[in-house]
Write a protein that binds this ligand. Structure first.
Ligand SMILES: *[C@@H]1O[C@H](CO)[C@@H](O)[C@H](O)[C@H]1NC(C)=O
Ligand SMILES: *[C@@H]1O[C@H](CO)[C@@H](O)[C@H](O)[C@H]1NC(C)=O
Ligand SMILES: *[C@@H]1O[C@H](CO)[C@@H](O)[C@H](O)[C@H]1NC(C)=O
Length: 649
């Protein structure tokens, strides 16, 4: 067979095989949940049991969303909902809801002014095993664990966001709740740092907690407390806690105007940063507390040392801290400037942003350069990052666990940089605009401008996630059936930002899909600041106000591609392959005829003795190209003719 022809046929066969494999994999088609929350009357096009198929992404429901539709929005005495268009009342509400979420996460004895009244006092004896009072603080996620590492990051981002976007907090009349949220966390961190040499980093046992899915009135025991000390240090948690104390101290000193509290917080910051720098050996905290390895293992402590130093500098304006931050970052950037995705574990990129807005003039250019390098890479989603088809910033290697949060952290960082560039009179209008555009696009995606038409904040729209992964909010007690028992989440976890959609912009609103439906302290943290920013700048409402109730039936996807596209590509490829094959056959019709004739001759000779065949010459009626082909064939090994003969005998 001629090589070109053989290739074409092989390709066609391979494509058909691929088509068969795909057809088997996509059948039956994966179904997306299309159940709207109970408050919405299901329409035939979005009701359960309707088969998904290639359809336009717009739901065909016509019920327009109005904020008054949902009867169970909590009433907030501090808010005037019927206020005029600026600040936008929906963004004001969103900022308010951010703090409702943190109230729902409270541990310990709840105060009289607790708005989330479905929560009970709980875990009042935390710390008793260690002879200290560790009651209070916040539960980390949808469980009853208390972890310090994500908490300190949450507090730092919240206090920083409040310092940067203070106007929004004031316009929304939210400074009171901001104060309450921060104080609830910092009061507990003060308890967790009972003396200069000790920091508690975890309360509760994951293996015990993981086996419990039930109300806050039955939290299982024991609740063991874990700590790091001057002799068994956890350099990262110590430095990270210093950053939390320093940033929140600044917030109380400069904005919330409680100098006594600010001074207390500063004392803890100084003590903890000193401990992180001096306690030996310097090491990640899981070396001392392996229990955290399940959930909040630290990948290194240099970024936290830089982060702590930067916040100490920002708080005290003592230049020696700026030098330290610079030295630590240099240790990370020995080869080139790292532009890492921001997470609770990696703050190096945030250090650039913080120092760009805070450095002494001598270092300003350098830090500004680092910060812009990071921000530019995010704004254009350089590899390994990308934008999903729907426009969400997606970091491969990070976003699969909480895509909404990765995007929110990036937007938070870029907007702070943009604001600081603007405030310091930068003439780089293009960058300021580019970063701001990125921020707004991510916020709008997360608030409904996405293929699922879903705001990823609980309780703001009928399409909001209805099944956040939260044991207390779910009302369930059957750990084997957390999705269906009870059928409807018992309490609405207002204001929780959930993990978010997958790489294909698809979202499964199911309690056990924790990568998508989990809630956590650090998830909301960048969103607090972003909502304050939107309050002070948005001239229109969040996208969800114009989105009709009911998620669209999105076509299923396979490995990042819509199935109908894959089928189209496969069928198209087969068609093209067949066409090419036909074309080649037509062009080579003379050779094919010659080949067929030769074959016919060979089968005629088949009955003859073998020595006759071996001596027979190649067919004579070939043209020049056949000679070439034959010579090539001979060069590679046996003469083509003999090869064929051997195979047929
Ligand atoms: C703002 O909050 C205060 C309480 O902190 C409340 O008395 C006041 O009515 C609120 N103002 C508006 C405009 O909502
Ligand atoms: C509060 O406690 C009661 C029992 O006293 C329980 O039924 C309820 O589920 C608890 N609430 C939560 C949110 O766990
Ligand atoms: C920049 O600052 C000016 C004055 O403070 C403000 O009016 C403007 O809206 C800001 N622009 C951006 C893009 O933040």
């Amino acid at each position: 067979m001629r090589p070109s022809l053989r290739l074409t046929l092989v390709a066609a066969v391979a494509l058909m095989a691929t088509a068969v494999v795909f057809a088997q994999e996509v059948s039956p088609s994966p179904q997306l949940p299309v159940t709207p929350p109970a408050s919405v009357t299901p329409t035939p096009t979005t009701g359960p049991g309707v088969t998904a198929g290639p359809q336009p992404s717009q739901p065909s429901t016509t019920t327009p969303f109005s904020p008054n539709m949902s009867p169970n929005y909590p009433k907030d005495p501090l808010l005037t909902r019927d206020s005029p268009s600026f600040p936008d009342p929906e963004y004001v509400k969103l900022l308010d809801y951010m703090f409702l979420f943190y109230e729902a996460q409270r541990s310990g004895k709840l105060p009289a002014d607790q708005r989330v009244t479905w929560r009970n006092d709980s875990a009042l004896s935390d710390g008793r095993d260690a002879g200290v009072d560790l009651s209070g603080g916040y539960y980390d996620a949808g469980d009853y664990m208390k972890f310090i590492f994500p908490l300190t990051f949450t507090m730092t981002e919240t206090c920083w966001g409040a310092l940067e976007f203070w106007d929004g907090y004031q316009l929304a009349n939210q400074t009171h709740y901001l104060d309450q949220m921060v104080r609830w966390g910092m009061d507990w961190l003060i308890k967790a740092h009972p003396n200069d040499n000790t920091l508690y980093v975890q309360v509760g046992l994951t293996e015990v907690d993981n086996n419990y899915w039930g109300p806050d009135s039955g939290i299982p025991l024991p609740r063991t407390s874990f700590k790091v000390t001057n002799t068994s240090p956890g350099t990262d948690v110590m430095a990270d806690a210093a950053a939390a104390f320093a940033s929140c101290s600044m917030l109380y000193r400069d904005k919330l105007k409680d100098t006594t509290y600010a001074t207390t917080l500063q004392t803890h910051a100084t003590s903890l940063f000193n401990l992180a720098e001096t306690a030996r050996p310097q090491q990640p905290y899981q070396k001392v507390v392996p229990a955290v390895t399940c959930c909040y293992e630290s990948s290194g402590f240099i970024d936290e040392l830089a982060w702590g130093a930067a916040w100490m500098y920002k708080l005290t304006q003592d230049a020696s801290f700026a030098t330290k931050a610079d030295n630590y970052i240099s240790q990370l950037n020995t080869r080139s400037v790292q532009v890492n995705t921001i997470t609770w574990d990696d703050k190096s990129s945030l250090v650039y942003i913080l120092m760009a807005g805070a450095t002494p003039p001598a270092l300003r250019t350098k830090w500004q350069g680092f910060a812009q390098q990071y921000a530019d890479s995010v704004a254009s989603a350089d590899k390994p990052n990308m934008f999903t088809e729907g426009g969400l910033f997606y970091s491969n290697g990070n976003s699969q666990l909480d895509s909404a949060v990765v995007a929110a952290n990036a937007a938070f960082a870029l907007q702070i940089l943009a604001n600081n560039m603007n405030a310091t009179g930068s003439s780089d209008r293009d960058r300021i605009e580019k970063y701001t555009k990125f921020t707004v696009s991510q916020v709008e995606y997360l608030l409904g401008e996405n293929p699922e038409r879903t705001p990823y904040v609980v309780g703001v729209h009928p399409n909001s996630p209805a099944n956040p992964h939260s044991a207390p909010a779910s009302g369930g007690t059957d750990i084997g059936n957390i999705n269906t028992s009870p059928k409807e989440e018992r309490w609405t976890l207002y204001g929780a930002l959930v993990g978010g959609p997958d790489k294909n912009d698809r979202f499964l609103d199911e309690r056990d899909k924790w990568e998508q439906s989990e809630v956590a302290l650090d998830y909301n943290a960048p969103f607090n600041g972003l909502m304050a920013y939107m309050v002070s700048t948005a001239t229109s409402s969040p996208p969800y106000v114009t989105i009709a109730a009911g998620r669209p039936d999105l076509p299923p996807v396979l490995n990042g591609m819509a199935v109908w596209k894959i089928i189209l590509i496969v069928v198209g490829s087969i068609f093209v392959a067949v066409a090419i094959g036909a074309f080649v056959c037509y062009r080579k019709r003379d050779q094919i005829r010659a080949w067929a004739a030769a074959r016919k001759q060979r089968s005629a000779e088949k009955s003859m003795p073998k020595y006759v065949i071996k001596r027979s010459a190649p067919p004579r009626n070939h043209n020049d190209r056949d000679v070439e082909a034959l010579e090539v064939g001979q060069g590679q090994g046996q003469p083509a003719l003999l090869q064929d003969v051997h195979r047929t005998t």
